[in-house]
Design a protein around this ligand. Structure first.
Ligand code: FMN
Length: 205
């Protein structure tokens, strides 16, 4: 039985995190179901120049990821009858990466305004691994309260705040992106080689 990881890309800055997570999952031989919110189309366009059209998703997602898709399925964000909208649809879990404050709020209160929010809510209710990668700074009290609600519902809250210890002060943007993607895969329990792990020795790289 096919059991994908659902990857929800919401409209926060940080689409390269999503690209790194999806690539590493596919490299690990995992199946991926992709949901891109309407707002994420704007951040994708702004940050990468990529356009994703529902009717041409295979070409568009392959162009964005810069690779062959492998076992990747795409569901339009407006399709509330899509597989991931139901708890009986097989899935290993879900990562919302990056997660907008709006998506965090919507998932936290069960708004289900689109497939991304509904799929995340379904994952939480089914007690499947759910990782949320918020990207906003500074934050309000309500942002924090929504994150606490997600934590209480069983999500791993994994802020997009990369550490520099893996690559040092001269870290490249890609190394910092891969640090976060690696932490997401750690939380999902999928092996990867995205980042250098702490060895226990100061300055050892
Ligand atoms: C270029 C751009 C960058 C944005 N960056 C962020 C961000 O970093 N964090 C955030 O919470 N919202 C950000 N937003 C706002 C969200 O896109 C907006 O709240 C939207 O309603 C989120 O919808 P979604 O959760 O359905 O994707 C950004 C919007 C744009 C156009």
């Amino acid at each position: 039985m096919r059991e994908p990881w659902i990857i929800g890309v919401s409209g926060a800055s940080g689409t390269p995190y999503a690209k790194a997570v999806i690539g590493a999952l596919l490299d690990a031989g995992e199946s991926v179901d992709l949901v891109v919110s309407r707002a994420a189309r704007l951040t994708l366009l702004d940050e990468t120049g990529a356009t994703i059209r529902d009717a041409h998703w295979k070409d568009d997602v392959a162009a964005w990821l810069g690779r062959e898709l492998g076992d990747l399925t795409y569901w339009p964000a407006g399709d509330l009858a899509a597989g991931p909208s139901s708890g009986s649809y097989p899935a290993k879990g879900m990562a919302v990466v990056p997660a907008s404050t709006a998506a965090c709020a919507g998932i936290a209160i069960g708004l289900s305004k689109d497939l991304l929010q509904r799929a995340a809510e379904v994952n939480l209710k089914e007690r499947r691994r759910t990782v949320v990668v918020p990207r906003e700074t500074p934050v309000t009290r309500s942002h924090l309260e929504h994150l606490i609600a997600l934590l209480d519902a069983g999500a791993v809250v994994l802020p997009a705040s990369p550490g520099f210890y893996g690559s040092g002060a001269d870290a490249t943007a890609q190394q910092l992106i891969d640090f976060i993607a690696g932490k997401v895969l750690d939380s999902l329990g999928v092996e990867h080689t995205l980042m250098r792990r702490w060895s226990g020795q100061i300055g050892e790289r």
